[in-house]
Design a protein around this ligand. Structure first.
Ligand SMILES: *Cc1c(COP(=O)(O)O)cnc(C)c1O
Length: 449
């Protein structure tokens, strides 16, 4: 490869005084790293211009050594903080022992993991997969098969209710019911069998459930990608109740909202701060299928899961579904460690407490600025709405300035900025971050427009 010496030469020029990082003799400059991605990678993302090479807890460092607070947490995958030693330790230990057997054979981690994760969340069974989109696909397949075999829906007629502005991943079937034109355009033909209705609209759901052959309702308890859309307090309880009445499966996509992020173990737990034993709490909207990903591994390894009780999961039989990597021993070891960290470090409770502080500070700030109209969210999944057209670049420009000031966040849906730091943040750090956010927006007021 001639590429590497070339890069190194350029880096030598630009980084003569650089220290060694990660045992590499030379470090790429940000400029060079971005140029390489541009030239050799598909352009399926539009990243902020920052090149990261190290993470620890709530912090990340770029290749030039500048330190940042992470306010995205890899879309809430890194709830436990970057490179958590317990999770990385589990990864290393298992990786040296056994990494992959496929499911053609049993392995000695999967069973203990399955027992652990089903007890943790209170379901009979789990189906392990790798990415979030795969878990959503899995849930769709289970719901359809359940519809045909248990509910008596005529073959190929099943329908699943979904919601405007949903985000469930990027596969062909999932984008078939997306509202995002960029996600859909020129990717047809699309998969049939979905009914899309407005979010947070109980009457619309009641009507849709009267349609023949509905087998499931697939929903995010808070719509993260759409800009942290929080529904009415009792909406998820209503979804659970209406699904039950209509003999339809309530499928909760908690890939982004789950595992402590919103100040409860799951967003469907509502206002209780239980850790998986919410059955007795009146605010718990128990789904028939729970879809998890992202933080189930603390961002260390791709792990996802669908949880359900026996009467649903039993429609899955040998040969009907699978994945080479799904349920591998590294995934099991990592996920157990990641879930233990959430519980042992009381991260759910911390997210709840810090979330309240964050929204209180932002609300005070909003009183004093024209540039932000609203803060909303639950726990440490929050967003501010920028006072400008969704098509404007204001939110992007603010995020670039936030980066310059040492805090990494990303706009979602044009004029909305999502703020979702790792849940291991301290109260003092949160206040420092609020200072950075406020200072940055003030700077922007002065010079940016
Ligand atoms: C991220 C996300 C997904 C997709 O997960 P991938 O691992 O990116 O496939 C699905 N649903 C929600 C709510 C998500 O936030």
């Amino acid at each position: 490869m001639i590429l590497i010496p070339l890069v190194q030469e350029i880096c030598l020029e630009e980084n003569r005084n650089k220290v060694k990082v990660n045992n590499m003799e030379l470090v790429q400059s940000s400029k060079e790293a971005i140029a390489l991605e541009n030239k050799h990678g598909a352009h399926n993302y539009h990243p902020l211009p920052v090149v990261l090479s190290k993470g620890d807890g709530v912090f990340m460092w770029d290749v030039e050594g500048k330190k940042y607070y992470d306010f995205l947490s890899a879309y809430s995958a890194v709830n436990q903080g970057h490179c958590h030693p317990r999770i990385v330790g589990a990864l290393k230990e298992q990786a040296e022992q056994l990494t992959l057997t496929s499911r053609a054979f049993y392995n000695d981690v999967l069973g203990p993991y399955e027992r652990f994760v089903t007890e943790y969340f209170g379901f009979d069974k789990v189906l392990p997969m790798n990415t979030g989109a795969e878990a959503v696909e899995t849930a769709i397949k289970i719901a359809r098969k359940w519809g045909y075999e248990k509910k008596g829906v005529e073959e190929n007629e099943s329908k699943i209710i979904v919601f405007d502005q949903n985000f469930h991943g990027r596969t062909t079937t999932i984008i078939s019911f997306s509202s995002d034109q960029d996600a859909r355009r020129n990717f047809g033909p699309f998969t049939e069998g979905f009914i899309k209705i407005p979010y947070n609209d109980t009457a619309a759901l009641e009507e849709a459930l009267k349609i023949d052959n509905v087998v499931g309702v697939l929903i995010e308890p808070i719509q993260g990608e759409a800009g942290v859309n929080v529904p009415a307090t009792d909406f998820m309880k209503e979804v659970a109740r209406l699904c039950k009445e209509s003999n339809v499966l309530f499928m909760a996509d908690e890939i982004q909202t789950g595992i402590g992020r919103t100040g409860s173990l799951l967003a469907v737990c509502g206002e209780c701060d239980c850790a998986g034993h919410c059955e007795r709490k009146s605010s718990y909207a128990r789904p028939d299928m729970l879809i998890l990903g992202k933080a189930i591994s603390g961002g260390v390894y791709p792990v996802s899961a669908v949880l359900a009780d026996d009467h649903i999961m039993e429609v899955i039989t040998p040969g009907t579904h699978g994945s080479t990597f799904g349920g591998n021993p590294v995934a099991g070891a990592v996920a157990m460690a990641a879930l233990e960290v959430i519980r042992d470090e009381k991260l759910t409770q911390n997210a709840r407490k810090l979330g309240e502080i964050f929204r209180e500070r932002m609300n005070q700030f909003i009183e004093t600025t024209e540039l932000v109209t609203l803060v909303r969210g639950r726990g440490l999944l929050n967003a501010i709405v920028i006072n400008d057209k969704p098509s404007s670049s204001t939110a992007w420009d603010i995020c670039v300035k936030l980066k310059d000031n040492g805090l990494l966040a990303k706009p979602t849906h044009g004029n909305i900025i999502r703020f979702a730091p790792p849940l291991v943040m301290t109260e003092e750090q949160l206040h420092e971050c609020c200072d950075i956010i406020e200072k940055t927006i003030r700077e922007f007021e002065k010079q940016g427009r």
